[in-house]
Structure formats: structure tokens, C-alpha cells
Design a protein around this ligand. Sequence first.
Ligand SMILES: NC(=O)c1ccc[n+]([C@@H]2O[C@H](COP(=O)([O-])OP(=O)(O)OC[C@H]3O[C@@H](n4cnc5c(N)ncnc54)[C@H](O)[C@@H]3O)[C@@H](O)[C@H]2O)c1
Length: 311
Amino acid sequence: MSIAAVIGLGTMGAGIAAVLARSGMTVRGFDVSAGAIEATRRKLPSISGVLDDLGVPARGSASDIVLTDALEDAVAGADLVIENVPEEIGLKRAVLAEVAGLVSGSCVLASDTSGIPISRLQEGLPSPERVVGMHWSNPPHIIPVVEVVAGHGTSAATVDWMMATVRRLNLIPVRVKRDVPGFVENRILYAVMREALDLVERGVVDAEDLDTCVSWGIGYKLSVVGPMSLLDMAGLDIYGSVASYLNRDLCSRDDVSPWAEEKIASGRLGLKTGEGIYAYHQDEAASLGAARARRLVAVRRALDASGEGGP
Ligand SMILES: NC(=O)c1ccc[n+]([C@@H]2O[C@H](COP(=O)([O-])OP(=O)(O)OC[C@H]3O[C@@H](n4cnc5c(N)ncnc54)[C@H](O)[C@@H]3O)[C@@H](O)[C@H]2O)c1
């Protein structure tokens, strides 16, 4: 049975650890924060409930995950280490270097970075060929796609191993062929976010109406028909006509939206601070998270049940 270690147990760590354990791997989780370890312990039972609802085969249990505040215990004998520490290149490089000094020559070091090129993370490590991007989506126990990203130094064998491992986890791997910042998913998402923020900021539409428009319009459709298929569905001639005037008018700013910047500066960060784009009641974060998980599970079950393959 293979051994996996999850380093960093914040937003992403618990769900990733639970998926790995469910597939039958021996799993250990490590964090520098005792609070994060405790929060993970509390979250694991409900995450297992969601995996039950999704019908994910149970070859192992999240209750067997060992959570520790000792890095060397977490990574001892590991075949796979996934780092999930905050998105700071210096921190990630330091963590990967420390882990590399503790594991065997065959251990794969994966990073869940949202978009730092893997080539930059593997620089200076003793075995860059074993370093690979494994980019999950939040919530990681519900969204089935994982981007697999090779840096300049990653070997083809490591990429193949990771693609096979993601499939064994009951997830859908997507091979990203070039190590571009943001990979694929976040490049698309951030293009959407830039336009969405600009439309609300300019008063073209209210925030709630924008969410309704995207979720029930393109969002709903895209979960069944991906953008490339959508181009064929609409007709490339129609796309060409619209894009010829619309592309010029789309938001192309290369800084962060001032509206978002102002909220960040005043500490209005969203759910975690009680206010962001919207205002939230105390304790709403937990109930919203559970309600969103239920809806995501329902949609995924419906798509799976249609039996007609992915987008
Ligand atoms: N949140 C998302 O939606 C999302 C989605 C996909 C990928 N990611 C990526 O996953 C990574 C983690 O994101 P997150 O949202 O879980 O962050 P987070 O801030 O919620 O959690 C990070 C955790 O890492 C811990 N940590 C800090 N330094 C550490 C160290 N030296 N060793 C071990 N643990 C340490 C922190 O205590 C914290 O618990 C980032 O690279 C992020 O870009 C996030």
C-alpha cells in the first residue's frame, strides 16, 4: 500500500487527504499550525460523508489519517508528498527542499500551487525530475478534475505516474502541456473574474444578477458543453462575427480591479471576514459551505447518471 503525505492542512488539505485515504493509501497530514491540525480533524467526518454521497468506493477510511506536527514523521517512507502551503514561492521552495532531504529517491514531490510555474519550484532541488504540479480544485473532494503539470525538469515517467495516480483516486487528470503561469483552469477563471468584476464595478449589472447570469447561463451550460465544443455548437462564423467587435470592448486591465483592491485594503475579504462582495451573518460560512457541497454533489451525480461522458 502506498504512503502519501499532505503538507499544509488549510482550505485544501483536509479534502485532499480524505480522497487519498479513500483510495486505500496510507495518509499522513502535517501543518505548522496546531489550529489547522485540529480544524482538519473536525472536518474529516463531514468530508467522508460527502464522499459517501458521491458514491466514491471506500478502499480506506479518513479516520485512519495520521495528523502530526512533525514533518519527518509525516513524510517517512512516503511515495507521494503533496505540498499545500500558502501561495508564496519562497515558502513553497523551502518546504519542498526540506521534504526532499527527508524522503527516498523514488518519492514524487507534488505541488498544489494554483499557478506558480513548476519549473520555478523545482529549481535547485536534488531531483527535479520527481517534482510535478498536481493542481486540485476547491473543494478538492468534490471537483473531479486535477491538472497535472510538468516543469522543465520533470521526467515523462513522473507525469505518467501522476496521471495514473489521479485516475486511481477516481478523479479526472488533465495533462497541461506547457508550464504557463496559472496553468489552464485559473487562466480561464481569472479571465472570467476580470470581466465580472469590471461589469459590476462599472454598474452594468448588480453583483447578485451577475452571479445568476453566469451560474444559470454559461456556468450551467459549460458543465455539459466545454468551450471548444460550444464554439462548434454556436458555429465558428457566429463566433467570428461577435468576437470581431466584442473582443475590443472586453476588460483588458493588467492590474487588480481597484474595487477589489479597496475591499482587500479595508479587510473585507469575503466569507472569512464576514464581508466581501456580499455581507454574511455570523456562522453563515459553515452552513453556506454545506449547502454548496450538497448542490455540487447533486449536480455531479446528475451528470454522472446521464452516462454520456464528460463535457
Ligand atoms: N483555496 C483554493 O481554492 C485553492 C484551490 C487550488 C489550489 N490552491 C493552492 O493550494 C495551496 C494551499 O492553499 P489553501 O487555500 O489551502 O491555503 P490555506 O492558507 O488555507 O492553508 C495553508 C496551510 O499551510 C500551513 N502552512 C504554512 N506554512 C507551512 C509550512 N512551512 N509547513 C506546513 N504547513 C504550513 C498553514 O498553517 C495553513 O494551514 C496554495 O498554493 C493555493 O494556491 C488553493
